[in-house]
Every structure is written in C-alpha cells, then in structure tokens.
Design a protein around this ligand. Structure first.
Ligand code: SF4
Length: 409
C-alpha cells in the first residue's frame, strides 16, 4: 500500500545562511502565532481530503526549533489530531545545533516526535563561517547529547561538501566526527550556488573560489566509502543509514507517493496533482484566512510528465527504477520508453541492470543529472530554455524538499 506523508514548512530561522534559497526569514520580531493559526486551518482542510492515514510527518523549514516554547507547543497541538488518529510510523522535526534546548526537545518527544534531523554541515569553524552558519562545531555533539537525553532515538546529521576552502582530509574528518557520535543517519549534500543567494553573489564578485569539481567528486566518493565501512548503507544519492534507519518520509518523495504539504512555500502531491503554496508569510496567512488554502502553482501530472518526474526521483535511489512498479505508477513501460538511454548508460558503466530494473552505478551517481536528463528527453523533444538547457519539469527535489525549478545557464 502507498504511504502518505505530511510536510509542514516553518519559515523561520535565527538568520539567513549565505547559500540557502529555501523560503525562510529571520524569526526576530515576527508575529508567529498568526502563522501557526493559519497552518492549523490549512492542515484541517487538507486532512479532510486525505486519501488514507498519514504514515510520516516531517516538520521542516526553516528551523522549527527556533520557535519560542509556547509557539512550538501550539504547533505540536495542531498535529495532535494526526498523531492520535493516524499513528504515523515516523515523526521528524528539523533542527539546528544550538536551537535544541532540552525543554523544547522534551516538549517535542511528548508530542510524539521520534526523529530529529540536524543541520550540522561541518565540524570545522572556518567552513561553518563560510556558509554563514551560526553554530560552532562544539554545539553539534552537545545538541546530539541533548536529543539522546530526552529519548530521541533516531538522529540524522546533514553534512556539506564542496565548501570553498574545504580539503578532502577536512571533509573526511567531518564524516568521522558524525560517525563517532553514533547517529543513525547521515545525509551528504554538495554545496550548490543557487541564484539570488549571498554566496552566489560572492562567487560572482570573485570573493570566493568554488571547490574544484574533481575534488568535489573525490569528496563524494570518500563519503560513500567511509560511511559504508562505518556501517551506513547508502540508499539514495545523498543519504546513508544504519540498518532499519532509512528516512521513511523522504522515501515517500523518492517513490513519488502522495504527500500533503502545509505552510508557506510548502509543496504537496495529492490525487496526481503537484501543488505549491505561496512563498510569503503575510500572503499565506491572508489566502488561508480567505479560502482555507494558499496554492499558487498546481499541475496534474500524467503520461510522460509523470514518468519523467518518477525517473528523476527513482534513479536517485540505490534500488533504481523497478520496471513493474514504474508501469503501475505511471502507465509507462520504462524498459521500452527509455531503451536508448538504458543501452547507452549500461554500455558506458553508469547504469547497471538489476533483477527488476535499472540503477545507477557508483560512477553513475557522479553523473546522475546527465543520465536523468537523457532519460527524460528520450520520449519527446522537450522545449528549450532560452539559455539552451532543457526545460524538464517545473518541480525538483533538493536536499529532501520540493522546489520550483528555475531555468539556469
Ligand atoms: S540553511 Fe537552514 S538554517 Fe540556514 S537559512 Fe536555510 S533553512 Fe535556515
């Protein structure tokens, strides 16, 4: 049976990190309660149309744990009906080191939270400073300890490679620090220069020198080797878990299963329709007060669009595309539709044939974007963006969240 996820977006952080293009604003002096009331109203409306029980909850952002305790409590109260009624099998809250005081964590565990996903990024102060993160390396183990002390059993640490100035040895040290903390899950993301961010502006002004591509590839392969030998199984391009500790909520996304998205800029996928809410707190509140929801973009995914998006998601998984499941989900016979790409990439070693379909090889994971783009282009000649890149889907999955795609050079 399909899973059904619930994602809540809390658009507040202590301050904005230089590389971040997720919708979030500094929390200081912001009216939080009106937003939580609007979230509760949108949630109630969405729950009325849920096609089955919610199996996973993910409260992300932003930094949900930056909310003051009374507001965090209010937020958790909104979710009580889901926890009591649907008994989700996983309830994750995103946090940053330095925002997880024990009283807040205690409140979260009492509300049913059983997993914390923490944005550690690096164990080296200059790298954290380059990213404009506010925490220091020492705060990471302290925060992990606080989580454990209130009984949070499942912890993910996000780490980042490809940071300007980062060395291979420094990256491996960060990996080993994370492993030594005994966390159940580690996600490794390459730094990307998103349009409109402070870090991209610094790169464009030549104030920083981006990491060399070959070094970045070495860092990625080192993560696969070091984490596998420490007992973490890679199950997705960026994600590594100890046995039984995969993130079930993210698997909902990667399998292209339905998910309710609630909050400013949240995206959801229900009854074959992908939708996105407005990315502005005031407009969000206003829209929800007027009509119970705040959708600004929606698209019914069918045929080749649905197949292309499913390729984009499932090729990221180590198990890859399973032909029979793909046919059931999309109505498209992947073996025939993508025959040319499959033959090409199996021959050059980027894809391997599995018992039930095809999956990226270790070398193929470094070329995932190219392989996926060729698959998607194969059944149709897609319209081209002005700059010459192929416009594929409006939607993309990045660092475990849905975003609208921009046409980039
Ligand atoms: S990276 Fe995370 S902590 Fe930093 S601004 Fe973005 S959402 Fe907030």
């Amino acid at each position: 049976m399909e899973s059904l996820g619930l994602y809540l977006h809390i658009p507040f952080c202590r301050s904005k990190c230089g590389y971040c293009d997720f919708y979030s604003v500094a929390v200081l002096n912001r009216p939080i309660l009106p937003l939580i009331r609007a979230l509760a109203r949108e949630l109630e409306n969405r729950l009325a149309e849920r096609p089955g029980p919610i199996s996973t909850i993910f409260v992300g952002g932003g930094t949900p744990t930056v909310l003051p305790r009374p507001e965090l409590d209010e937020l958790m109260s909104c979710l009580k009906q889901v926890v009591d009624h649907d008994h989700p099998i996983e309830f994750t809250v995103e946090a940053n080191p330095g925002t997880v005081e024990e009283a807040k964590l205690d409140l979260l565990t009492r509300a049913g939270v059983d997993r914390i996903s923490m944005g550690a990024q690096s164990f080296h102060l200059p790298e954290l400073q380059m990213l404009e993160r506010l925490h220091t390396p020492d705060e990471i183990p302290r925060s992990v300890k606080s989580c454990r002390s209130v009984g949070i059993r499942r912890i993910n640490l996000d780490l980042m490679f490809g940071i300007p100035g980062q060395t291979l040895a420094g990256w491996r040290e960060s990996l080993h620090h994370a492993v030594d903390l005994g966390v159940e899950h580690i996600a490794c993301y390459g730094l990307t220069y998103e349009p409109g961010t402070a870090l991209t502006a610094r790169r464009d002004r030549r104030e920083i020198v981006p990491c060399d591509e070959e070094l970045e590839a070495e860092m990625y392969l080192a993560a696969i080797d070091d984490l596998e030998s420490a007992g973490y199984h890679q199950y997705e391009i960026s994600n590594f878990a100890k046995p039984g500790e995969r993130c079930l909520h993210n698997l909902v996304y990667w399998r292209n299963e339905p998910c309710i998205g609630v909050g400013p800029s949240a995206a959801g996928y229900l009854q074959g329709v992908r939708y996105k809410n407005v990315s502005n707190i005031e407009e969000y509140i206003c829209k929800v007060e007027q009509g119970g929801q705040a959708v600004v973009e929606s698209e019914k995914l069918t045929g080749q669009d649905l197949a292309g998006e499913t390729v984009m998601l499932q090729l990221r998984l180590n198990c890859g595309i399973v032909f029979d499941e793909f046919l059931l989900r999309t109505g498209v016979e992947a073996r025939l539709t993508y025959a040319r790409s499959i033959a090409k990439y199996v021959q050059n070693g980027f894809l391997k044939v599995t018992d039930s379909g095809v999956a990226l090889t270790r070398a193929g994971r470094l070329m995932a974007d190219t392989v996926i783009a060729d698959f998607i282009d194969e059944p149709r000649s897609a319209p081209r963006c002005r700059a010459g890149s192929t416009r594929r889907s409006k939607w993309k999955m990045e660092n475990g969240k849905w975003k609208m795609r921009t046409c980039r050079r």
